[in-house]
Design a protein around this ligand. Sequence first.
Ligand code: FE2
Length: 261
Amino acid sequence: MKKQKIFLLAFAFLTLFSCRQKNNLEEVIQIPEPEAQETQSVYGNPAEVKAEKGKFKMRGLTYAYNALEPYIDGKTMELHYSRHHLSYCNNLNKAIAGTDYEKWSLEDILKSSDPNNMEIRNNAGGYYNHNLYWEVMGPKAGGQPKDSLALAINRDFGSYDAFKAQFVEAAGKQFGSGWAWLVIDKTGKLVVGSTQNQDNPLMPDMPVKGMPILALDVWEHAYYLKYQNKRGEYISAFFNVVNWNVVEKKYLDAMKRVVKQ
Ligand SMILES: [Fe+2]
């Protein structure tokens, strides 16, 4: 009888141990795939978004629609690039079709086209502004500027934090749709400001004038799906995706042009 009890206890212990091992094994097997891989196929490919016809093309993005998550969500990026930006590109091509503007550079159109021609003004601005916005963002970005751009920011704003505070204020206070900017003015000084609608600092009679090197879209279509009415949270999140290497390159290129003037 005693031997039977010992045998039953040993059997129960082994069964329990075996089940625990099995459960542990199942838990290991059931580890889910990384989120980025699950969502990768949900979105389209920006390289496949093409303009209908005309001089100006869709340049694509250097990253996937969901590459800026969690700061800017993939659905917003896809709609923004493949619908809104595509419309500006197509409508700009239509607006200049058959006119002398077809021979002009985009920068010359912004600087010197008729400001009362709202089709060209809105769509040339929309096309240029969004191209800069896509370009100055990227995954694994953020942080602070370095080298010559950091020195220039310290020189013209006092510190990076002072620059950021001015930029955040300009973006937050822009009434209705528009853009916040960091530009180089004609003297080579860095200046922050904002413009309405799709206006741009290269256009005449703007509240901020100069060569843009950083742009933030504060139209609701840029953030409403994720942030709803909390524009301030979107503006803060933007600093986690700014590619300062690109911004610095733009700063150096723009400074060469200032020196030549
Ligand atoms: Fe936009």
